[in-house]
Design a protein around this ligand. Structure first.
Ligand code: CO8
Length: 373
């Protein structure tokens, strides 16, 4: 069977960032105005007063310190609490394709490839800005690639699911060089007025070049030695936004049309599933736990990652073994484990093994074991 490698990655980072303190100032001002506006109803017991958020809670509960956003002014405006992202004409490149293409160009440069080498593009992320044409096909057009392109969505696990789809395409001979792109504009689907989740997400785009080992020209690529995917239905993370919304006017704009979750439940249910998958996947690949030198985990919550690596290793992982990027980026959905890989892979020696692992809505879990060439 055709051997497959990851030969380059790219990272687009928005220019604007919001600290926990800035986010909380805006949120608490929103709360103050809401409670003032509804003072009579709150006093009459008809409306529940909103509670304030705090930077200390956010840092302690999640490990997040800041997040990049495509637009800061809208997010921290207490009268708005969501980004300003202007619509573009059909003749202009869409914003998701634009940031995705930027990450692709970086990934191609690192892989020593040109757009002529690419014969497939998979956009794999949590939210697509429109139904069609596919964002992936728009990126194909923007880059000037041939072949085929399509969009897929498995929420936070989209990247690992995309990597398996790319690796399978290469192994079966339907492609030789695939770009997997994760343009995550999570701020578009985050309720910044909900203190349970207003701090969780950030925007970013990542891209990964996956190609046949025989075409790879760069030193230090990573051979994909195993991929495993798992899904199990859960309502604990859900977003009911969709094309049928307009068919029932009563639900248009309701809270369930944005991201919502039962964070504690997710934490409890998903951590053991992830640890079990990493352990069983490594065993089936004939790898001992000691041979896993790096854990590029999905970046949703610091305690979650610490718990998962502890369950796998039987001890706490070091920062080198399980690098953390969520303090700076927050949860960037599918892009999190790719950012961790992008920033923390150079020191691995030939023959050393690491695992990229994602988990999220669905539930969905993906593990990708790689070995440094
Ligand atoms: N400030 C102060 N207090 C707060 C705040 C706040 N901001 N928020 C909640 N509290 C309070 C609560 O009200 C609660 O109070 P009480 O004890 O009186 O009831 C107390 O703090 C504790 O609340 P929680 O139990 O909710 O706190 P946790 O310690 O569980 O932390 C987390 C909450 C951080 C959300 C945590 O549960 C977590 O990270 N869970 C895992 C989440 C996760 O990984 N989710 C994956 C989602 S991503 C995905 O797959 C889909 C991607 C889709 C992308 C879309 C884009 C937008």
């Amino acid at each position: 069977m055709q051997e497959v490698v990851i030969s380059g990655t790219g990272l687009y980072t928005p220019s604007e960032s919001v600290s926990n303190e800035e986010l909380v100032i805006a949120f608490n001002e929103y709360v103050r105005r809401y409670n003032e506006r509804n003072a009579a109803s709150i006093a009459a017991g008809e409306v529940t007063a909103l509670a304030e958020s705090s930077p200390e809670f956010i840092q302690k509960a999640s490990g997040i310190e800041s997040r990049y956003v495509m637009n800061k002014s809208g997010v921290i405006d207490p009268d708005r609490m969501y980004p300003f992202i202007a619509e573009r004409s059909d003749d202009e490149i869409g914003i998701q394709a634009e940031i995705g293409a930027d990450a692709c160009r970086q990934a191609l440069a690192r892989a020593g490839k040109t757009v002529d080498d690419v014969d497939a593009i998979i956009v794999a992320c949590s939210n697509m800005q429109r139904a069609y044409p596919a964002v992936a096909i728009e990126i194909q057009q923007a880059l000037g690639c041939g072949g085929y392109a399509y969009d897929m969505n498995v929420a936070c696990s989209s990247a690992t699911f995309g990597i398996q789809a790319a690796a399978d395409a290469i192994r079966s001979g339907s492609a030789t060089c695939v770009l997997v792109v994760n343009p995550e504009i999570t701020s578009g689907h985050l309720e910044f007025r909900d203190r349970d989740c207003h701090f969780i997400f950030g925007d970013v785009a990542t891209a990964i070049v996956i190609e046949a080992k025989k075409t790879c020209t760069v030193n230090g690529a990573f051979e994909v030695i195993g991929t495993r995917l798992q899904t199990k239905f859960s309502n604990a993370i859900r977003n009911n936004f969709g094309f049928l919304n307009r068919c029932d006017e009563s639900g248009v704009g309701a809270r369930d049309k944005l991201f919502r979750q039962e964070g504690r439940k997710v934490f409890k249910e998903v951590c053991p599933m992830v640890a079990d998958q990493i352990l069983s996947h490594s065993q089936d690949l004939g790898l001992s736990v000691e041979q896993i030198k790096r854990f590029w985990l999905h970046q949703a919550n610091l305690s979650m990652n610490e718990l998962i690596s502890r369950r796998v290793l039987g001890r706490d992982a070091t920062k080198e073994e399980a690098p953390v990027i969520l303090n700076e980026f927050a949860n960037t959905s599918s892009a999190g484990s790719v950012i961790a890989f992008h920033k923390y892979h150079e020191d691995l020696q030939p023959g050393q093994v690491g695992v990229m692992c994602s988990f999220g809505a669905g539930y969905s879990i993906g593990s990708v074991f790689v070995k440094r060439c």
